[in-house]
Ligand binder design. Sequence first.
Ligand code: S3P
Length: 425
Amino acid sequence: MEITNNYTFHGELSVPGDKSISHRSIMFGAIADGLTEVTNFLQGADCLSTISCFRNLGIEIENNRDKILIHGKGLHGLHASDHTLDVGNSGTTTRLISGILAGQPFQTTLNGDASIQKRPMKRIFTPLSAMGARFESLNANDCAPFTIYGGQLHGIHYDSPVSSAQVKSAVLLAGLYADGRTSVTEPVLSRNHTELMLSGFGAKITSSGTTASIEPEPNLNGQQIQVPGDISSAAYFIALGLITPNSEILIKNVGVNPTRDGIIQAALAMGGNLTLLNQRTVSGEPVADILVKSSSLHGASIGGDLIPTLIDELPVIAVMAAFANGTTTITDAQELRVKESDRIAVVTENLSAMGGNITPTEDGMIIQGGVPLHGAYIHTYLDHRIAMSFAIAGLNADGNTTFDDPNVVTISYPSFFEDIEKLTR
Ligand code: S3P
């Protein structure tokens, strides 16, 4: 894969289904009674890891590409897997499934790739242990591989030190199996797909401010779910349309849940010309088409409560900042250090290699924009969002940009390079 500049980008595209919502559709469908049908499911490696884990726990899942059929067996229908569950590269699979497995009367071992083996799991071990499950990290480093010893759980109130939908969701899912009400309070509200979708399945779940609460042992019923396009995937085309001169892109069917739409707020704050069209609700989630036109961007300050709403988009926002006039400062984003890679270090390494002016900080980065970029060899560190962000940079940099592992985009966006090709003029 080699990327060069001097193109413009025109036309419409539909990005693949939302990764967070696709994972949840499999998990909730597996523990609901009856059939769950999912359309526009993300056929990315992460979501396929979730399917394979639930098949190993005894759930029949038909993957017909355009429609997924999950034959749910109810809250107590899972059975022990006779081998280690492979979570691949997926933090969402690992943390959410742990909440469900904490409430099972059997033990399960989870393992994944070199990236997942470095990701912090203490953040779920702590609350799930307080509820009565037991965890053993096999390398004694609070990472995967680890074994979960599930059992009877107790309802708790958990004050989470991090705004993490994965932590919140793990605790709420464990709460389905507890002996009383379970609630989680987080510092800033993180994405609320679990609350919305579990409620659609029939769970007794309520939200107030940054606290979500769930009652145990509901009757979950199979649902029909239409997954909206992933705003985290749309973000690359928002950035591409804004920074490339003479370009106009219509991104159709994008989920614009307010707990996920920070990329839109950030692009507007940087002077981006983008418009939401045809706003509607699909399967309980707000959806819109996004029209993006080339813009003269300026720097902005991005921090505080906005961060959880754009946490996965910060690498591509850093790329946008490199093409904006003036300084962009990203703060309060220390969570970037524990994603698929240390995204503060890895964005700094790659943007610097392209000639960008970036200073990493403990909880973010400072980018002086407007310095012309040149092509470089990009180190992806098993991180799909690094590959896609620097592909967008490469399309606007002098010379060639190449990647150690372009295939890593299959984690969340298998047709990423083909979709760019389709818009290229
Ligand atoms: C996700 C939550 C976020 C996000 C990840 C998906 C989810 O992680 O970065 O890509 O689906 O719940 P954290 O919970 O670690 O913030």
